[in-house]
Design a protein around this ligand. Sequence first.
Ligand SMILES: [Zn+2]
Ligand SMILES: [Zn+2]
Length: 729
Amino acid sequence: MRLTVNGKTVEAGHGTKLSDFLKSRDMDPRMVAVELNNEIVKRGLFEDVALKDGDTLEIVMMVGGGSKGAKALVIVESPAKSRTLSKFLGSGYKITSSMGHIKDLPKKKMGIDVENGFNPEYVSITGRKKVITALKKDAKNSDPIYVAADPDREGEAISWHVAKAVQTKGKHVYRVSFNEITSSAVKEAFKHPRSINMSMVSAQQARRVMDRIVGYSLSPLLWKKVGKGLSAGRVQSVAVKIIVDREKEIDAFKPDEYWKIEAELRKSLEKGFKAELAKIDDKNPEIKDEKSVKGIVEDIKKKEFIVHDIRKQQKQRSPYAPFTTSTLQQEAFNKLRFSANKTMRIAQMLYEGLDLGEKGPVGLITYMRTDSVRISDTARKEAVDYIKARFGDKFLPSKPNVYKSKKGSQEAHEAIRPTYAGMDPDSITSYLTQDQHKLYGLIWRRFLASQMAKAVTATATIDIKAGRYLFRASDTEMLFKGFTALYEEESKDTKLPVLKKDERLTLVRLDQSQHFTKAPARFSDASLVKALEENGIGRPSTYAPIIETIIFRRYVRREAGYLYPTDLGKVVVELLVKHFPVIIDEEFTAAMEEELDKIEEDKADYVNTLKTFYDPFMKMMEKAKVSMRDVKKEVIHTDEICGKCERPMVIKWGRRGKFLSCSGFPKCDNAKSITTGAKCPQADCAGELVERHSRRGYFYGCTNYPKCTFTSNRLPSSEKKEEKAETSG
Ligand SMILES: [Zn+2]
Ligand SMILES: [Zn+2]
């Protein structure tokens, strides 16, 4: 039979007693008040009431009251969150932090019992033992205990481990989750504590186990075949492949030459304006070389310029949806040049709460890991009030803007938005760092703009004929700013003179310019996150870690904001594509993500999902062990002579990519970096530049270091290569 419990549909066996139903949901009947079909049920009757199909239950937990006068304990995952939360919970609560995950798979072995239902063996994370002891001690003196980790799979898994660690007989441990750390959200959450959602925990565990199996099997294979210390991951390798594929497109790209012709025209004595050659004999110009452009220019000069057609059009532009994790990361890169990782780090601070002087710690934004664009009614109303007060009714749409989340997103979640719409970023500047202020401002403006009216522009397009040639000019005028009043987009307001059809214009000058078609752009953090999301690879919680991991593992290099595959990345992708075609396939990886979602929704089974993945993977593994080419043995000879023993040096692969090793290894252990071939630009230095790596990233240093301390982020000779690929998109 079906019941509605706190607004949600729940299945229960026919005739279930109310008391049994509460127990089945891990609720202590002594601690709840129950309304059945709008009537309060006296506690003494819980054992007598049998539930019927269609019943509506409203269950409210009694907050604060623990047994035997003990304080309630609230466990969150970070001290910042605990500070912000403490404002909203009374003195009956003690709040403490687990400092993130307390349990994980062991470091020194795979830690998965494949034969026994892929059962993971969890151990306490090194350095967390003291935390666990403290949590247990706090738990001993408290009742009930609430675990209030973040509202997603990772948070659910943390909650589960914490709950297991502190649970003792007779102790009540509940899960509470909220999307924002505000008074109303926190109070609402504590009114409806629940048990741990084991389907969510299973989904998190399935991802962890799958990644562990791949990493633990692939890495030793790569050590054997390519070089020591390498590692490979599941989703990360797909991301590297996407970047390698793009680099291949860029390498294969042959730029085509084409020319543009622009005329500066004038109406009598007015200021001149520019029009571009758009058609020759009603066809696209396609001018391929300098010789043809010269002929055309000479021909045009002889013609008369006459206004042929004027078209006016009104255009409406809708505001953007409020941010999801993916769009926030993209926009923060494009507008602020923040890496995905930096964006998430700062967003986390804004979410967990910053000290705003007398106000104390305030959680400024909703939870930052989400793929939903939904916003709560309360938030919408606050936005409307703000827009009305600051801009007036005209800037509100006739009916509220509602945005559609992409298929399969978590609709229970909300978009990333400010927790207080009225909290203008400029009113709190002094409490925020520059970066926090920039990111908060971006989130705040995007959210408010999403609830504003459309912008209206008028565009005029003017066609001008010069014999068989057609030139075109256009201008755009802003008629109503709408949402752009708050969320400015670059708009060029060009102004053309007032013209009439058949009017004659004077040619002031003709310019020709040479162009080349551009190769596709390299990925930036922004465009890679976009590509991952479009391909269904990764989820809000994984985009930023994926990018950091592939850079950390030296498969990819980030240079001036763009992602380049390293030689190491190319070799590993080539081997994986050949021997694990399915594992590194975008569609397969996307299908696996969907399977994980299904586990969370109770539509797929943990063991079955892992089995369908594990069996074919292991078959490929066995084959690859035999047939994968041994890159290690493919010694590349060089002309270099070892400085220690005078044997020739050879090129080998290692964790840092290619390096020069003495061919006498292991008798002689001389090894050095391969130079880039670029001369050190320092005067009086005969050294060459080599790629080096520090905690701050890649750079080029001189082979004569420490005598020469030259460093640079770019190779002096790399400009030529840069021209070939457009890196602005
Ligand atoms: Zn040697
Ligand atoms: Zn030098």
